[in-house]
Design a protein around this ligand. Structure first.
Ligand code: C5P
Length: 251
């Protein structure tokens, strides 16, 4: 079942999403200039967005690049829906929200973004749910009143995302298998960080997979930061990962 749904999924042309975890727009744009053409998308997260605002996103888009706006929205339904509409108007390809915001928040956002995109004739971004942050432990979840084991909670929230109309989830590579088993729609998108080429430094990541393993496990997009951005030659590092992905995709 899992293999069948994987075969039916439309392959993303270049699944590498570069995490632009840098302090300034200048550094982000320089990196994007070095890597454009070899990677598929650039991720702008809370650090860069708080420092530089939407202008860095607009600059990346003006270069013809695709952007994943990783702001993990979590608020009342109306506020998240309005933020999602502005993300869509900005022209990002993906944005995300917390599944813990609940089904009403997710459904309201998907519907509002869909409606505005149709009316204004803009491409609707993919909307992904964040299930359980990988920084959580069993204890820290208990602290906030969640008694389930983490893997079961991740799968439960992925199912909630799917039934709320959200397009997919952000998940650790080790969670892809259980998520694909629980949510069988071939259109459900899984984007995964925690990717490390064989032999690369783990940094603060713990349960990693290589790019090839993550693709074979069913990932649609791989978020990769330091193995590329901190490499002596980022372009060569990105190119090696791209080749590894191509090989993993061979039948
Ligand atoms: O440098 P590295 O490849 O570890 O960067 C991974 C990116 O993915 C970072 O931007 C990090 O915040 C993000 N991320 C993660 N683990 C998660 C969710 C997001 O590493 N569970």
């Amino acid at each position: 079942m899992q293999n069948r749904s994987m075969q039916q999924r439309i392959q993303v042309r270049n699944p590498i999403v570069i995490a632009l975890d840098v302090d300034t727009a200048r550094e982000a744009i320089d990196l994007a200039h070095r890597l454009r053409g070899t990677v598929g998308m650039f991720k702008v997260g809370k650090q860069l967005f708080t420092a530089s605002g939407p202008s860095v996103v607009r600059e990346l888009l003006a270069m013809g690049e695709k952007v994943f706006l990783d702001l993990k929205f979590h608020d009342i339904p109306n506020t998240v829906a309005k933020a999602g509409i502005e993300a869509a108007r900005m022209g990002v390809s993906i944005f995300n929200l917390h599944a813990l915001g609940g089904s009403q928040m997710m459904r309201t956002t998907v519907e509002a973004v869909e409606e505005v995109c149709q009316r204004e004739q803009i491409t609707r971004p993919l909307i992904l749910g964040v299930t359980v942050l990988t920084s959580h432990s069993r204890e820290s979840l208990l602290e906030v009143g969640i008694e389930q084991e983490i893997p079961a909670e991740v799968v439960r929230l992925a199912q909630l995302c799917a039934s709320s109309g959200v397009d997919g989830v952000v998940a650790s590579p080790h969670e892809i298998g259980p998520i694909r088993t629980a949510v069988t729609s071939p259109d459900f998108t899984v984007l995964t960080p925690g990717v490390r080429p064989a032999g690369a430094a783990l940094n603060d990541q713990q349960r990693v997979m290589t790019p090839g393993e993550a693709i074979r496990a069913g990932a649609d997009f791989l978020v990769i930061g330091r193995p590329i951005t901190a490499a002596p030659d980022p372009l060569a590092a990105a190119e090696a990962i791209r080749q590894e992905i191509e090989e993993a995709r061979q039948p």
